[in-house]
Design a protein. Structure first.
Length: 163
């Protein structure tokens, strides 16, 4: 399946760009938003499908093999350079995270297609699910990082698979 079959016109109306659904540290007001700040915020939204959001401590992750809740986040329109260089590097694509096309329902009710990063090997991590599907909400504990997950994340960083 070609996830890039529907290319949107870019911010300048000419170049290609991609919608990306972000649900963690890439959201507006969080530390990694600088990576997409030059893009255009399309709006807040949620996945149509149910997935499991896990708390990995410093950031959340999506397990597409489990169905718990819709995932809440933001849709951003970004340049190919931002997607293929900045975001893929930050997310450790394709080793740590993979990405797939999702249908996102915006707050307005409009549905758009966007790429969403998800765990490549979700069984490698202990599950501390965020049942609301919203990272940063009332059930989020920023200091809760299990020793096992911290070790696996650090090992992936040392192998150069996540930034």
């Amino acid at each position: 399946m070609n996830i890039f079959k529907e290319v949107e016109r870019g911010i300048d109306g000419e170049s290609e760009s991609y919608n990306v659904f972000v649900y963690g540290t890439l959201k507006k007001g969080f530390c990694n938003n600088r990576c997409i700040r030059e893009g255009k915020l399309i709006g807040d939204g949620k996945t149509i499908e149910l997935y499991a959001m896990s708390d990995l401590g410093a950031f959340p992750a999506i397990d597409i093999t489990k169905a718990i809740s819709t995932i809440k986040g933001e849709v951003w329109n970004v340049s190919p350079d931002t997607l293929f260089n900045s975001l893929d590097h930050l997310e450790g694509y394709p080793s740590f995270y993979n990405r797939r096309e999702e249908v996102i329902e915006l707050e307005s009710g409009e549905r758009v297609k966007a790429l969403m990063y998800h765990l490549n090997n979700p069984s490698d991590y202990d599950k501390h699910y965020i049942h609301s599907g919203f990272w940063g909400g009332s059930d989020f504990k920023r200091d809760r990082l299990t020793r096992d997950n911290k070790s696996k994340i650090n090992n992936n960083r040392h192998r150069g698979t996540i930034a």
